[in-house]
Design a protein around this ligand. Structure first.
Ligand code: ASP
Length: 340
């Protein structure tokens, strides 16, 4: 068993500089010095280290770089662990899940809230268990979790269902609308029925690197004014806008708001409705304030996370020039990101 660790940055790869007390990235190729327990793992591992970034600086070209690193090394490894800052890990895991088609090997993202070089770090457990998950096999020597996942604080979550919800607790991620794929306690227990089956051997693994990020975001709030709304909906070059709505997908019924949305739809802009609530889904038929949006041509995002909705648009817009092609796929599950 051979696992590739791809180190991209974030808190996990930091150590305190004894002189200044500041956190600095350390040379991750020396990881076994920091985590000597890794020697007991019983499988081989190799490391590729990027110039580490804080994940708040993530950009689409960085996603392409991670995806290409997996693609170029795919035949030589049984699984991949991507070490990534926690701030945007849910965006990156969602994006990569769409970029990888017919993935047959685990790609497990992890990171930590405290640097691996600090005494109380959560990074060691996260790293060691993420590696074990990447290496875990079931009958027929098939990988247990051939998906893009996030492993954090004892839970394995589907990447494109995950959101970072705590800036402070070790338990920082949750997948509010989909149960954990595995939980680690004394035993590492996989919930096989929830894990995507790897596609057949003859379906070729493909990596899509054309992303189109011409998407805007409009968060609905009481007191928002017309010019703010128009400045988003009328931004130059937009193909789509996510409106972050209340509750089960509701928005105000003021005439100026309705007109602004109707006008954007008429101009061919995709408007995707995602709820500000983390658990539950957009149900446009529940209230007039939600059904009105559907009647205007707004696409209900069901139980997509914001991160998955955004990155799914980036992927679909990169793949299809015609917005109708994008719209017909938003509510269809491509990688298990949405309940249908
Ligand atoms: N700002 C850091 C990052 O996302 C936080 C972390 O790694 O936990 O890169």
């Amino acid at each position: 068993m051979h696992i590739l660790i791809i180190y991209t940055g974030g808190t996990i790869g930091m150590k305190e500089d004894p002189a200044t007390g500041q956190l600095r990235p350390f040379d991750f190729t020396q990881i076994e010095e920091e985590v000597p327990e890794l020697k007991k793992s019983g499988f081989e591992m190799s490391t590729i280290s990027f110039d580490p970034i804080d994940s708040s600086d993530i950009r689409p070209d960085f996603w392409v770089r991670i995806a290409e690193t997996v693609r170029d090394n795919y035949p030589h490894y049984d699984g991949f662990v991507v070490l990534h800052g926690t701030d945007t890990m849910a965006y990156s895991a969602s994006m990569l899940s769409f970029m990888f088609e017919n993935l047959q090997k685990p790609v497990i993202f992890t990171g930590s809230q405290l640097p691996i070089g600090s005494l109380r770090t959560d990074g060691k457990e996260n790293l060691i268990t993420a590696l074990q998950i990447a290496a875990a096999r079931r009958e027929g020597d098939k990988p247990m979790a051939p998906e893009v996942c996030i492993y954090f604080d004892s839970k394995l979550l589907r990447g494109n269902r995950t959101t970072k919800f705590s800036a402070e607790h070790f338990n920082a991620f949750n997948s509010f609308n989909y149960p954990p794929l595995a939980e680690s306690g004394i035993h590492l227990r996989f919930n096989q029925a929830l894990i995507n089956e790897a596609s057949g051997e003859d379906e070729k693994f493909a990596v899509h690197t054309d992303l189109n990020t011409d998407t805007g975001v409009l968060k609905i709030f009481p007191g928002m004014n017309q010019s703010t709304v128009n400045s988003v909906l009328r931004s130059q070059g937009l193909r789509s806008v996510i409106i972050e709505t209340f509750g089960s997908g509701n928005a105000p019924t003021f005439p100026w708001f309705i007109d602004a949305i109707a006008d954007a739809v008429k101009r061919g802009i995709i408007i995707l409705n995602i709820s500000q609530c983390k658990r539950g889904c957009v149900d446009p038929d529940k209230y007039v304030t939600g059904s009105m949006l559907k009647e205007l041509g707004v696409v209900p995002g069901n139980d997509l996370t914001f991160e998955a909705g955004l990155t799914k648009l980036f992927y679909l817009q990169g793949k299809y020039l015609d917005n109708n092609e994008v719209v017909t796929r938003i509510n269809t599950s491509i990688r298990g990101e949405i309940s249908t």
